[in-house]
Design a protein around this ligand. Structure first.
Ligand SMILES: NC(=O)c1ccc[n+]([C@@H]2O[C@H](COP(=O)([O-])OP(=O)(O)OC[C@H]3O[C@@H](n4cnc5c(N)ncnc54)[C@H](OP(=O)(O)O)[C@@H]3O)[C@@H](O)[C@H]2O)c1
Length: 331
């Protein structure tokens, strides 16, 4: 029987966006525990860029020399086209959104996924808005609300505030009543203020760990300083969360964090964000209520995923970049 094909953006080696190719590949078939989803929109995260270039080292888990999975793309929104026999909560035709397990498979026309990390797309939300939320929104919700437990009046600093997760984090911290400082490059400072940041710091001109200011919570999306520098920028009993960045900082926070906690009463630790439907639904409800806005900077068609990734990799994006599938008629 002839294989049914679909379009996908494929890569077989780590590198620049030039290694990505638009190809015809076999359309996947769902197992008993999966649904086949026709993707309408998929957003780009920092993790896609890391998976493309193979840096930091954690981006090579499962594929040290070559990528283990050849299709990047984690956050999708689409329509269920087929369900495996163990799928209980969704039916053919349902509109769904969420994170794909292992952060791969989304830069394609179709993907198979289990139901546990997906949720029903809010009816009033576009596919693009829904695809913009999952990974970035859930990281921010965990970091600011669930684990950060930000209280009114607290001082919160978000490092890498103008990117995917940072944009959600700034808005959530403001919603919690915090005094928010956003750190990013020169071109994103006005954008951060427009999101509600009370203070902005241009990381190309100022090192926030050396200006004498201290915070109750630092959410670090792009860590590259020593944990001692971060500890200096924390108030007593303050918390620093490593979300992404240099592997050396991750190890430092694991190995030295407990010692700093005892010696200096400052919490330095990695923030592990499990993919889960509960947080996804919570952040989507805040978006639906208009309390948090999934800011979409640019949209690209599937064939232009390389340009979209280049734009994110060069750090020019303000908020989210979303790929709209040609099959959706919105190229
Ligand atoms: N912990 C977990 O469980 C978990 C789960 C999923 C993802 N992640 C990680 O989460 C991280 C954040 O992802 P994201 O999607 O928000 O990334 P993103 O969209 O690329 O945003 C990062 C932002 O940081 C800025 N930036 C770069 N260098 C900086 C510096 N030295 N100081 C301050 N800002 C700087 C970037 O702009 P410029 O480059 O222009 O400066 C960009 O605005 C990724 O590393 C990803 O792997 C963690």
């Amino acid at each position: 029987m002839a294989q049914i094909m679909m379009k996908a953006i494929v890569y077989t080696e780590y590198g620049s966006p030039d290694v990505l190719q638009l190809k015809e590949v076999a359309k996947p078939a769902p197992t008993d525990d999966e649904m086949l989803i026709r993707i309408q929109a998929v957003s780009v995260n920092g993790s896609d860029w890391e998976g493309l270039i193979g840096k930091p080292l954690y981006a090579r888990i499962g594929g040290l020399r070559k990528p283990r999975h050849q299709i990047l793309g984690s956050d999708i929104a689409g329509r269920v086209e087929m369900v495996g026999k163990n799928i209980r909560e969704f039916q053919v035709g349902d509109e769904v959104f969420g994170e794909l397990p292992g952060y791969h498979g989304g830069f394609a026309e179709y993907v198979c996924a289990p139901e546990k990390t997906l949720a029903r797309k809010p009816a009033r939300m576009t596919f693009e808005e829904a695809a913009a939320i999952p990974q970035a929104g859930v990281i921010a919700l965990r970091g600011i609300c669930a684990k950060g437990q930000v209280q009114p009046g607290q001082k919160v600093l978000i490092n890498g505030a103008g990117g995917s997760a940072g944009t959600f984090a700034v808005q959530l911290a403001k919603l919690c009543g915090a005094e928010v400082t956003g750190v990013d490059n020169t071109g994103k400072l006005d954008f951060l203020s427009s999101l509600g940041a009370d203070h902005v710091i241009d990381y190309t001109r100022e090192d926030f760990t050396r200006n004498g200011k201290q915070y109750d919570l630092i959410l670090d999306l792009i860590a590259h300083r020593s944990v001692f520098a971060y500890a200096r920028a924390l108030r007593p009993n303050g918390t620093y969360f490593f979300v992404g960045g240099a592997v050396a900082v991750l190890f430092q926070s694991l190995l030295l964090g407990p010692w700093i906690r005892i010696a200096k009463s400052k919490n330095i630790r990695p923030l592990i964000v499990p993919q889960n439907r509960e947080d996804l639904v919570s952040i989507a409800e805040l978006c639906e209520a208009g309390k948090v806005i999934p800011v979409i900077d640019r949209q690209y068609p599937l064939s232009e995923v390389p340009e979209a990734l280049r734009y994110v990799g060069e750090g020019r994006h303000k908020g989210k970049v979303v790929i709209t599938l040609e099959s959706n008629g919105k190229t």
